[in-house]
Design a protein around this ligand. Sequence first.
Ligand code: DHK
Length: 151
Amino acid sequence: MTSLVYVLNGPNLNMLGVREPEVYGRETLDDLRVRTEKSAAANGLAIDFRQSNIEGEIVNWVQEARGKAKGIIINAGGYTHTSVAILDALQAVSLPVVEVHLSNIFRRDEFRQHSYISLAATGVICGLGAKGYELAIEAMADILNKSTGKA
Ligand code: DHK
């Protein structure tokens, strides 16, 4: 059976394409969704791709993933650097987590160089733009195959 993975995007990622293209690229969130869906299909996964500007909504989606999804790919946007609540939710659901960022957060402002999300993540992909979402899917497929003994 195809495993479902939640792909959760945080605040301001709905502005992709117009938002600081030199940092985040020119692809829109919808372009990113299509790319991620293609990668998921190629890797035998199905995705539920969402974006919210609201911290509590992301917490609700992480909780909802338990029982519905086999893993979570998350770009929590600015909440990456502030949200104990999203971290707590990720730790509560005990699903594999891959953290992704379009930009290289380690080349940017100091406050971006700490991630609460990383404490719950198996791995982090950052700085590779939209390609990072495809790589996150590949990584998640690997993690899930290993856990089911298929790899
Ligand atoms: C996206 C954001 O919105 C920022 O707040 C993060 C991340 C970086 C990204 O690179 O995808 O600092």
